[in-house]
Design a protein around this ligand. Structure first.
Ligand code: AMP
Ligand code: ZN
Length: 114
């Protein structure tokens, strides 16, 4: 828990969120400003500010996040139509909340990158 971190507050249930999945290590909830018909955010309980701050100790947790994201996509019935997993880092990446989170975007054709 890091004081004044929005996502730590969501984990501690101090701020409400539309939670769709939780286990002992991660929490997933609907993005408040969805960029796709189904836009979920998946965060670790552990406060890690940016992916630059993750270490080898976090390898298992980061792998778990990818697998949980695929599980959530299946739950949403979009595993065949497809989805996108995105993690933004710092200013050029467009990161606005400094507690790492995986965006799970689905439900429409997403534009090609680049
Ligand atoms: P990023 O720009 O990658 O840091 O993503 C932050 C995301 O958090 C944005 O897509 C916001 O819409 C979302 N967000 C911010 N506050 C909340 C909140 N209280 N509940 C759910 N999603 C939020
Ligand atoms: Zn946090």
């Amino acid at each position: 828990m890091t004081a004044d971190c929005l996502f730590c507050k969501i984990i501690n249930k101090e701020i409400p969120a539309d939670i769709v999945y939780e286990d002992d290590r991660v929490l997933a909830f609907r993005d408040i400003n969805p960029q796709a018909p189904i836009h979920t955010l998946l965060i670790p309980h552990k406060h890690i500010s940016t992916i630059n701050d993750a270490g080898t100790d976090d390898q298992n947790l980061l792998g778990h996040m990818i697998l949980v994201a695929a599980h959530i996509a299946k739950d949403n019935g979009v595993e065949e139509s497809g989805y996108r997993l995105v993690m933004n880092c710092n200013e050029h990446g467009g990161q606005t909340v400094f507690h790492i989170h995986l965006h799970i975007l689905s439900g429409r054709q997403l534009t090609h990158l680049g």
